[in-house]
Unconditional design. Structure first.
Length: 276
């Protein structure tokens, strides 16, 4: 099975790059299942219903989120109508939406997608380790799901690495989001789980984490906000990760970065063949 994940979509530049690129990638890679983190897609803050539908129509099977999930207040309402939109699993009981779901891939496989948020520098949520552990116990790899993908939206690399080792051998892949900076530590852990600390963002990297540079620099200099952060509008890089999965075990055979367009060095998964 072929899993494709795209990192945090930031603003209009990132959104348009994904909408243009994803249909081509899905066809070229023959991807069976596509996940996108869309929590910054609406002006850099949250996701709207219209944008969610654009991402789904472009080829996303599931859209995950993170700490900005409720920035567009309408999401509190429409999330209940979309099983394919996830919010972090470890929000308190009674929060709208859900943090995990079992979905059908193009090849007929059942894919469990879990979306959780870290707690280090991120706020006081329920324990993500226990919440994820409960999800894996309820739907184990191979007996409950053919593949299990975890989007761990967290700040601290230590927390992400610890979670990767915690679920090693019980999940297909653990991929970090939130920092918007792609890391180079993609690997298969000793138990067979693919791991990457952060997939990066789909956005303009001539920026500060996808935002226009002037306001962040001004705030570092003066400590006084002068205006709202605004997404940078330059050429975007589509960042993500590809995971090839053993059908027999649901564990990872290979993992590799995806970086297309914009100013970052380009990368595609060699194990899925040469690009056109």
């Amino acid at each position: 099975m072929r899993l494709l994940f795209l990192g945090d979509v930031v603003g209009r530049a990132g959104r348009l790059a994904v909408l243009e690129t994803l249909p081509k990638l899905r066809k070229r890679y023959a991807a069976d299942f596509v996940i996108i983190n869309g929590e910054n897609a609406a002006g850099g803050f949250g996701i709207s219903e219209a944008i969610l539908n654009e991402l789904l129509d472009a080829g996303a099977d599931v859209v995950t989120t993170g700490n900005h999930v409720w920035d567009q207040r309408e999401a509190l309402v429409f999330i209940e109508r979309y099983d394919r939109l996830l919010r972090p699993l470890n929000f308190p009981a009674g929060t709208p939406g859900k943090g995990a779901g079992l979905f059908k891939a193009a090849n007929g496989a059942d894919v469990l997608v879990v979306n959780a948020m870290g707690r280090v520098f991120m706020g006081d949520l329920d324990d993500p380790f226990r919440a994820i552990d409960d999800s894996l116990a309820a739907c184990p790899l191979k007996t409950g799901a053919d593949a299990i993908f975890i989007d761990f939206h967290a700040e601290a690399t230590s927390e992400k690495e610890a979670l990767g080792h915690f679920v090693d051998g019980r999940a297909t892949a653990v991929v970090g989001t939130h920092t918007h900076v792609p890391t180079a530590d993609h690997q298969i852990l000793t138990g067979g789980t693919a791991y990457l600390s952060d997939a990066g963002m789909c956005g303009d990297f001539d920026s500060v984490l996808g935002m226009d540079k002037d306001e962040p620099i001004s705030r570092f200099l003066s400590k006084i906000p002068s205006r709202r952060f605004a997404p940078s509008k330059g050429a975007a890089t589509v960042c993500g990760v590809a995971v090839d999965v053993y059908d027999q075990t649901g564990l990872a055979r290979a993992i590799g970065p995806v970086r297309l367009g914009g100013r970052l060095s380009q990368a595609e998964p060699a194990f899925w063949g040469e690009k056109d």
